[in-house]
Design a protein around this ligand. Sequence first.
Ligand SMILES: Nc1ncnc2c1ncn2[C@@H]1O[C@H](COP(=O)(O)OP(=O)(O)OP(=O)(O)O)[C@@H](O)[C@H]1O
Length: 348
Amino acid sequence: MILLENVSKTFQADGKVVEAVKNVNLSLREGKIHGIIGFSGAGKSTLVRCINLLERPTEGKVILGDVEITALDEKELREERKKIGMIFQQFNLFASRTVFQNIAYPLKNSGLSRNEVENKVNYLLELVELKEKSGAYPSQLSGGQKQRVAIARALANDPKILLSDEATSALDPQTTKSILKLLKQLNEKLGITVIVITHEMQVVKEICDNVVVMENGRVVEQGDVFSIFANPVEKITKDFVDSTSNLTKVHELINENAEIVRLKEGECILKFTYLKRDASEALVSHISRSFELDVNIIFGNIELIGSYPIGGLISVVSGRESSINDAINYLREKNVGVEVILDARVSK
Ligand SMILES: Nc1ncnc2c1ncn2[C@@H]1O[C@H](COP(=O)(O)OP(=O)(O)OP(=O)(O)O)[C@@H](O)[C@H]1O
């Protein structure tokens, strides 16, 4: 377990006090991928840099496994830090060294023989699928390749934790996907704990097991990714979740009085969302048949998190008012969230 107990970090800059991290308590399970999400300035980088003491907390304790690293002296800390690798948005490679030399750099004082270093670097190059670039210089690599080198270098000392600070922010969407896939593979293959800082909920959706939401230096919400996507509580979390789907577009369409959302009398627009992992029956056809409703799905967004569907559908539903109400109750019992977005039903 990675434990942060009452961790705060305050900076003094230009005579001003900045409380970058405020009294954070977190426990992050080993072997999982954790996302830390928040807007710029929320304190994500500072918090994560407190995990390897690149920033020393002003208050609080950081405990990795059974070692309180905030209580170690410099020499002990140097050893403990080897268990933590880190990658950055700007890659931070040595421009004048080859790919091989960059990856070998952290092994300088490891006591390994030249042969052992060579074997290790070749193994790491294979792991990140970059064997053919061993002799290239960073300037000869694409962004995605540079990040693969940085990942290999971060893994040189067999760390137990890999910290990723916006590692995909400078990459195009396709390269981002391939780097995220690599992080997931490394997590599965090596059992390494990965902590990913991001401001994109899509990154969280793609690879994380758990997510921590930060706002103004505080952790405002956390949980497993499915639960956070299904039931976000805080406004900021809802906004992040909404940013990964098109469902909120229905409000824009209503404001624009778009034809697709213009209702006839007796119709309503409902938003159905998955709330639990087991909500995967043929619910739309069931309510349509059992409650004699017409359900016209106008758009939707359903994806898989792990192997469970998450997301929702926007539908125009018509039928008897009482039948619609019965269908809504039925769906809610089946762990489907139902929100009436627009209602043109009239009570008879
Ligand atoms: N070394 C420093 N000195 C002074 N203030 C700092 C320092 N590092 C960070 N801060 C301040 O602490 C706050 C949190 O910064 P931090 O970089 O942790 O946020 P972030 O969520 O990672 O943002 P971003 O997504 O933009 O990287 C900001 O107000 C920032 O200006």
